[in-house]
Design a protein around this ligand. Sequence first.
Ligand code: CDP
Length: 253
Amino acid sequence: MAVSEEKQMIVNGKRLDGRGFNDLRPISIKAGVLKRANGSALIEWGRNKVLAGIFGPREVVPRHMTNPKRAIIQARYIMAPFSGQEEHGRSGPNRRSMEISKVAKHVFENVVMTNMFPKTMINVDMEVLQSDGGTRVAAITAASVALADAGIPMKDLVCGVSTGRINGQLVVDLDKTEDNYGESDMPLILSPRTGEVLLHQIDGKLTKEEIAQAMDMSFEASKKIHELQVAALKGRYERVLAETENGNNGGGN
Ligand code: CDP
């Protein structure tokens, strides 16, 4: 989404919203927000708001896609018509949303223990309600929590962040203005436990050294995101426990 116009986005060593180069936007995650989904999470990440819902493991539709050895993952990333800042309200499935859905599917195929659920499918739906740059990493981060909320075994609770270059400086977690006017943007999805990189995209150009440095900055930032994911799941279980003790059957709100 980078555009060529020059825009000053670093003033006195700070970014336009006051953040330092390694700072994330404020992030809050809540697990178990939908009653009918098997697992769910809502993430608010800066001005981004993304809802993730899981349905499954369930019967495969259409049936011919059934894999006798493992579950298949169907991922869908979509932007609500009112989610963008552009007046033309671009929404619905398009090349971009299909690409993001596809890369999210690959992430989860490498993380979910699909061999435990042969002949089933797991739907991972990510609905962008409001967007401000970095929605793909926010969506996959939320979906990871939603999968854990659904009780689906995974190798790790993966999370992501985008690091890129603005005015010649590497910065963590670009917002839409930084993404639009910056030189490059590198979204990553990481496994904090194994140190694996599950998704690595680059929009624009970065040198080999910058990629290595951006990778380190992303791994460092991912620690905080991972903590928030774990806290969201703990919060969910505490709520379920309190509801059960009160004679209520829990299950989202
Ligand atoms: O959201 P992410 O950074 O993963 O993807 P992007 O393609 O780099 O888009 C950057 C931002 O542009 C999004 O977060 C949205 O705020 C905005 N955008 C939009 O409003 N409508 C689109 N169809 C595509 C992007």
